[in-house]
Design a protein around this ligand. Structure first.
Ligand code: OAD
Length: 237
């Protein structure tokens, strides 16, 4: 199906797009949730119980993400944004910065970012590149209230209104490297489909969600550039 070059596109990415950059996914064999309990490291209650454990977990992930390099899938999405005349919004569940480092500009980190700290006293967010230890002082309110700026289970993801508005306008929704198990992101395909968007999934293995009209199986670093090139070619680029 040909998509008009003026059409709006919303792309959702998950951990699978960074897998070939060496970053672990969550639910694959040997994924992060195989060795770590979600309740311990990804909930506000876990942080209240043992903040050092939680800070260590994200310090480890921040260190790994810093070493990782964007792969061909990240670069292909940056090229799509640059080339496509219509709106392209990239919504990622990932907390690494590989999309930005590949050149993507219009991006929403709905689950937060490793390179950011959030003050639970005053709510301010600040750039944070090194280790973040419990008790670190907020640059805004000077209280020792900083925590990893990660949206934990039970918390509201960032910028949901903007994402909803973009999904309402989108003619094409592309989901890449996500198991589609965590809401609200898992519900985006429903919203897109209700608004008559073409719905496409690119994943190592199909999630078998019948709401996807197209499903491309394969590793992201190969399958995403192939899909993006075909999309650009079909639109005359
Ligand atoms: P998951 O680990 O749940 O899913 C990763 C998906 O990527 C799976 O469907 C894999 O088959 C696929 N995959 C693995 N390697 C791939 C590759 N090389 N190319 C393409 N696909 C590949 O990760 P997410 O769906 O991102 O939230 O998880 C969603 C949220 O759950 C995360 O943001 C995180 C987690 O709990 C929080 O921490 C709040």
């Amino acid at each position: 199906m040909t998509i008009s070059p003026n059409a709006s596109i919303v792309i959702l990415t998950g951990a699978g797009i960074s897998a070939e950059s060496g970053l672990a996914t969550f639910r694959d064999q040997g994924g992060l949730w195989a060795d770590h309990d979600i309740a311990d490291v990804a909930t506000p209650e876990g942080f209240a119980r043992n903040p050092d454990l939680v800070c260590d977990f994200y310090n480890m992930r921040r260190g790994e993400a810093k070493q990782a390099q964007p792969n061909a899938a990240h670069y292909a999405l940056a090229k799509l944004e640059k080339t496509w005349p219509g709106e392209v919004l990239l919504v990622t569940q990932n907390v690494d910065s590989l999309h930005e480092r590949a050149g993507s500009k219009k991006i929403i980190h709905m689950h937060g970012e490793l390179n950011s700290a959030l003050c639970f006293e005053c709510g301010s967010r600040q750039i944070w590149n090194g280790d973040l230890n419990h008790g670190e002082v907020c640059q805004n309110c000077s209280r020792p209230g900083l925590r990893p700026d990660i949206v934990w289970f039970g918390e509201m993801p960032y910028r949901m209104e903007e994402i909803g508005a973009a999904l309402a306008q989108a003619s094409l929704f592309i989901s890449i490297g996500t198991s589609g198990t965590v809401y609200p992101a898992a519900g985006f395909v429903t919203e897109a489909e209700m608004n008559d968007a073409r719905t496409v999934e690119i994943n190592l293995e199909s999630t078998r969600n019948p709401l996807f009209q197209e499903s491309h199986e394969g590793k992201a670093a190969t399958a995403v550039p192939t899909y993006v090139q075909a999309l650009l070619t079909s639109a005359g680029f």
